[in-house]
Design a protein around this ligand. Sequence first.
Ligand code: SAH
Length: 209
Amino acid sequence: MDSDQMSLERMLKHQIIARGIDNPRVLEAMRAVPRHLFVPESLRDQAYEDYPLPIGYGQTISQPYIVALMTDILKLEKHHKVLEIGTGSGYQSAILSLLASRVITIEHKETLWKKAKDRLNSYPNILCIYGNGYEGYPLEAPYDRILLTAAPPNIPQALLDQLTPKGILVAPVGEFHQKLVRITKEQNNQLHEEYICDVIFVPMIPEKE
Ligand code: SAH
């Protein structure tokens, strides 16, 4: 085992499993994605630490535990089509892609989109889109699962509309202190919302920016 792998194993044990995430598929996916390749070169030795890291342009790669938690509560199945808003480094997209059939991920910052697209080249079931996630991505809708990794003040209606019946959407919501919520679309299209925990995410960039 090299030192990156050792850091990864330590991260899984102390940050993820110790905090109650024991879904073997989630742990396996996290074990399979080399997080150190998704952070800036200069921060590589901190890639497996218990906090988010800057990836440039005021954006961050989420803390490992938050990535694991969001992935876990999405309850992904292998046949699912997933929409992610906020590609960022591409780390979360890579993890999702190992647990679903297809991932469409949207990034609003062109430079981050380009970098992530290159990085994710070896993940054939990820489509990287450059655009604003407020509108979702109607071309590939509907989605079994939708994940937001930037926080809107309220969940955009377009995203709820693009969710399949029985679909699940996970998002941080709110202006300053955000709440992570899970919204399930019932068979009759009614929405059921659950509060998961308090979180801090970068704000989702509004439509008109
Ligand atoms: N999932 C990412 C976390 C990225 S941080 C990772 O694993 O690294 C959130 C990202 O959302 C940032 O890259 C930001 O540029 C992007 N973002 C913010 N508002 C957006 C919007 N309206 N549409 C698409 N992407 C957006």
